[in-house]
Design a binder for this molecule. Structure first.
Ligand code: DON
Length: 562
């Protein structure tokens, strides 16, 4: 049984109506201040330094990303990838720079399956076989050349300095090292950089990464070619292959970022601009909002409002599992998924008094990995914006550092549906649309987002694997409901992803009364022992000119207004 009717072809008129929702965001006035929110104070500061030295938001984004690669190596880095959502004030257009890792040319659909046809444990999450071809270095070179004011070397300078001189270890990173110490111990260069006698160094110890400084230096002096071609690339490929991976020199030389139109939709009086496939976030949030649009949420009691949000998420994540993948490999029925008529059909299957059971139960999602991946938001005084969510996937990615490079490779191959219906590290299931193929980019949940109304603008995003999407749906609705940046990033989280069929929530997110009410309607509730997410938000109020930059209190970050 399906929780709702399958997609039916839309009439041409309906299709036309759906397409009307793909409109560019309106123009906003120029801000009086610039602002940055990121997951580490040194990264936020490096971005502000670029703005102070004549750089724009795009230069700042390079500096922030590169410093995060140094100080948050469990989350993102030179060996990772992600999405940079840009608003270019000059002509007001929005674009997504897709720097998602791509599957190596030798990748095959069943590459992680054992002779029994089942996924081999850890094969897609540890070691170089789990790594896609990195995209972050290409994104930095692209941003500098096409959008920035400053040379790439200038924007990379703070990261190179911090990698060489070191930074004090902080608890959040120390915890990630503790969780992954066994895997880090298997990679001699990683162990040298992050372990002392097999254990995490003491909080406050200086972490110096001379090899990473050299790799960043190569990018600064030679641009993307210094990484993707020549001697460095040859050594990288040799190490990966020696240690069990399948990269080739052609994979690296052939990597390129792709500029894509973001998913843009109107919801009530807001224009919402979000990451497009191969991120699933824009479409899943868009579909959920289209469903919710049919209810007057403000007039409903909190339990019914949460019930409807859960039901909307259940249906949107169901479609994620079935239809979404790399748009260069699969045809995604975007217009239909975002169409008000499709949403109306979905609503007919939603009962106000009962949860719809998801069709299957899967092993429970655990929020244990949330400190990996990172998001930052930038607004400059020209009105340029960047929302970037970048990642190596799980803590320290593949936990494999190719000798002499100082960088961790990602394990983003695990975001593919390794076997149809088999859950990934985030409990997400997928099918054909997200199967592995050479050169394909795995489906992501990372969703940098801009929201605009007549009242102001929001730049927002978060890590959190599958929970990114529900976190942002709540964040968008909270901002539209009048909440400030600091209230939005601190709000307790509620999550449902279709499979497993349970509502995961943080302490304080649901009152005892609400929990009882939701259970009565048939929801399976699961209070998480951990918090998840690390939201970084900038809000801008047009009337007062007030700009707020807020970093999630769950994390270690900083939001600063300049
Ligand atoms: O692209 C994705 O959806 C995942 N690789 C993101 C991983 C993530 O957010 C990990 N943090 N919890």
């Amino acid at each position: 049984m399906r929780p709702h009717p399958p997609l039916a072809p839309l009439a041409p008129l309906a299709l036309l109506a759906a397409l009307v929702f793909w409109v560019p965001a309106g123009a906003a006035p120029a801000p009086v201040h610039a602002a940055i929110a990121s997951a580490h104070p040194l990264a936020t500061q490096a971005g502000l330094d670029m703005l102070a030295h004549g750089g724009n938001a795009f230069d700042a984004a390079i500096a922030v990303s590169a410093v995060l690669a140094v100080v948050e190596p469990a989350s993102s880095g030179v060996g990772g990838g992600g999405f940079y959502l840009l608003h270019v004030a000059g002509d007001g257009h929005n674009v997504m720079v897709d720097a998602r890792e791509s599957a190596p040319g030798a990748a095959t659909r069943d590459m992680y399956l054992g002779p029994d046809g089942k996924p081999r444990p850890n094969a897609s999450t540890e070691g170089p076989l789990s790594a896609g071809i990195p995209g972050e270095p290409a994104a930095w070179a692209w941003l500098a050349a096409k959008y920035g004011h400053l040379p790439l070397a200038t924007s990379l300078a703070p990261a190179i300095r911090i990698a060489r001189e070191g930074f004090p270890l902080y608890e959040r990173l120390a915890n990630a090292i503790r969780v992954k110490k066994a895997a880090l111990g298997n990679s001699p260069d990683a162990a040298r950089a992050f372990l002392v006698e097999g254990e995490a160094p003491a909080v406050g110890a200086m972490i110096r990464q001379p090899a990473l400084a050299a790799t960043l230096g190569l990018l600064a002096s030679q641009g993307a070619d210094g990484f993707y071609k020549g001697v460095f690339a040859e050594k990288l490929v040799a190490s990966v292959r020696h240690d069990g991976g399948i990269w080739s020199a052609a994979d690296l030389a052939g990597y390129h970022v792709i500029e894509r139109a973001p998913v843009t939709l109107h919801y009530r009086n807001a224009t919402i601009v979000m990451a497009a496939p191969p991120s699933s976030g824009g479409i899943v949030i868009g579909e959920a909002l289209r469903i919710l649009e049919g209810y007057d949420l403000d007039s409903l009691d909190a339990t019914t409002r949460h019930h409807l949000m859960i039901e909307a998420l259940r249906r949107a994540y169901r479609d994620r599992a079935e239809y979404l993948g790399d748009p260069d490999f699969v045809k995604i029925p975007v217009e239909q998924l975002l169409s008000p008529y499709y949403a109306a059909g979905q609503r007919t299957s939603i009962r106000l008094d009962r949860a719809t059971p998801s069709e299957q139960l899967r092993p429970a999602f655990t929020g244990d990995e949330s400190p990996s991946t990172t998001h930052f938001s930038v607004l400059d005084r020209e009105g340029n914006r960047v929302g970037a969510t970048i990642s190596v996937n799980l803590f320290f990615g593949a936990a494999y550092m190719p000798p002499g490079t100082g960088m961790f490779l990602n394990d983003t191959m695990d975001d593919f549906a390794v076997a149809a219906g088999s859950p990934n590290a985030f409990g997400l299931v997928g099918a054909e649309a997200n199967s592995i193929a050479a050169g394909k980019r795995s489906l992501s949940s990372m969703t940098p987002t801009f929201v605009d109304t007549d009242r102001g603008a929001l730049i927002i995003g978060s890590p959190g694997g599958s929970t990114i999407i529900s976190n942002l749906l709540f964040g968008i609705l909270n901002w539209l409901g009048g909440k400030s940046a600091s209230e939005i990033v601190a709000a307790p989280h509620i999550h449902h992803q279709y499979v497993p069929d349970s509502v995961m929530f943080e302490a304080g997110a649901l009152s005892a009364e609400e929990r009882a009410q939701l259970e009565k309607r048939g929801h399976h509730l699961r209070e998480s022992t951990r918090q998840w997410g690390n939201t970084q938000a900038i809000t801008w109020d047009f009337a007062s000119g007030k700009i707020e930059a807020a970093s999630d209190p769950r994390g270690f970050g900083a939001g600063l207004v300049y």
